[in-house]
Design a protein around this ligand. Structure first.
Ligand code: PMP
Length: 423
């Protein structure tokens, strides 16, 4: 098909209705529509304020509730040792790096944190960025470019998908954890691309299942690709020592080329890292736009995070407690007949509900009864597959987990009819 003559394109551009008041944009109209839909909901589940530490409990509207929604998987946010490290650092360095690390913001503390992460992840080096989301975006967006191919799991986090779009590489999603489907895609790549990047997550953040990483390692070796694993929900969580996928599957240190993780979950702070070979990390430190052109992580966060890694590596009591809590909760949920989707040994345990409104309602009724658990709805999950997303922490007691299950059972019973017909 021939393209339209330039004169016509110009005419069309001229007739397009220009808006210069944000309230008149399509984007704002869409937000208004969402608000209207939310008004029909029994309650608004968004932006619930927690005005306290979020560990086993938190304060909502001045009332203490059992918190099963946070990512504080090991209870390291608010842990006395990480708090002390943060306080010491804030007194020494202040609150900001006050510049890009490349030029004016570097600190020995940051280098020590990166060495600690690299040692923990069994890699030669690591680089720390200011956000987990930003880490995926800038890494994937710049590691690959035209002439490259990115193959990523269909349930990948939005930061991975956005990174592929930024990169301008060719990209395709393969069906979730489907090794055979991925292999058939890989069979056609010979001679076509300069680099091929496979991206998977250690633990999937909506279903809570663990990726079959050794299978991906086999494919990357057979087809000569790079393998990146986003360990946002697996680092500090799975494996006997909470070491993540390497620890869980007993992998060799170099099986995964790019180990990405966030600092905001098990490590209890905020930021992201890429751990890998010295060559890769050297390149990133001089070239990655989301590292070079932005200020370094806030010093108290870096100090708290370094302490978190030290605590996890000291002994395995926190991962062991987390594992015991997860097993207890999943067993209790199954005994009560709840559908826990693909929940395995990860700290995310979904309980399937079905329709969005029901998930919102059950979540709000649980909060009224003293248990905070957020709903996960479309577009985070497929339409009609809304769920409550329980996040288990080492900070919970078994009694708190039992109480949450009791409350869930009570509230689910109130909706038994809707759950049967709709879910
Ligand atoms: N990757 C995955 C798989 C995630 O689930 C998330 C956040 N939930 C991120 C990256 C982004 O991490 P952060 O929230 O620390 O920016």
């Amino acid at each position: 098909q021939e393209s339209a003559p330039a004169s016509q394109t110009i005419r069309e551009t001229k007739t397009a209705q220009r808006v210069w008041d944000f309230k008149k944009t399509r984007e704002y109209a869409e937000l208004q529509q969402r608000f209207e839909e939310n008004m029909q909901l029994s309650s608004n589940p968004y932006f619930v304020a927690h005005d306290s530490l979020i560990r086993d409990t938190s304060l909502v509207n001045g009332r203490e509730v059992i918190n099963l929604g946070s990512y504080n998987y090991l209870g390291l946010s608010g842990h006395p040792e990480t708090v002390a490290a943060a306080v010491e650092a804030v007194e020494k360095y202040g609150t900001s790096a006050s510049g890009s690390r490349v030029l004016a913001g570097e600190k020995t503390l940051y280098q020590e944190l990166e060495e600690a992460i690299a040692a923990w992840k069994h890699t030669e080096a690591a680089v720390v960025l200011t956000g987990g989301y930003a880490t995926n975006l800038t890494f994937i967006g710049n590691f690959c470019g035209e002439g490259d191919l990115i193959l990523y799991d269909s349930l990948s986090h939005n930061s991975i998908v956005q990174g592929t779009q930024l990169s301008r590489a060719e990209s395709k999603a393969f069906p979730h954890n489907d090794i055979a489907a991925l292999e058939s895609m890989l069979q056609n790549i010979e001679g076509k691309y300069t680099k091929v990047l496979l991206v998977v997550e250690g633990v999937y953040s909506m279903d809570g299942d663990i990726a079959p990483v050794p299978e991906f390692v086999r494919l990357k070796n057979k087809y000569h690709t790079f393998l990146m694993v986003d360990e946002a929900h697996s680092s500090g969580v799975i494996g006997e020592n909470g070491g993540g996928v390497d620890d869980y599957f007993h992998l060799n240190p170099t099986d995964i080329d790019i180990k990405m993780g966030t600092l905001s979950k098990a490590l209890g702070t905020c930021g992201g890292y890429i751990a890998g070979s010295r060559a890769l990390v050297d390149y990133l430190k001089y070239s990655l736009p989301g590292f070079v052109f932005t200020a370094g992580i806030s010093p108290p966060l870096a100090a708290a995070c370094k302490k978190s890694v030290e605590i996890i590596r000291r002994d395995n009591h926190l991962p062991a407690k987390l594992h015991a809590n997860i097993a207890h909760f999943v067993k209790g949920a199954k005994e009560r007949g709840f559908d826990t989707c693909r929940a395995a040994e990860s700290a995310i345990v979904p309980v399937m509900i079905g329709p969005d409104d029901l998930a919102f309602q059950i979540s709000s009724e649980m909060l009224e009864r003293g248990v905070f658990v957020p709903p996960a709805v479309f577009p985070a999950v497929a339409k009609g597959q809304s769920r409550l997303r329980f996040s288990i922490s080492a900070a919970h007691s078994l009694e708190q987990l039992d109480r949450a299950l009791e409350v869930l059972e009570e509230v689910m019973a109130l909706h038994a009819k809707d759950l049967k017909t709709d879910a």
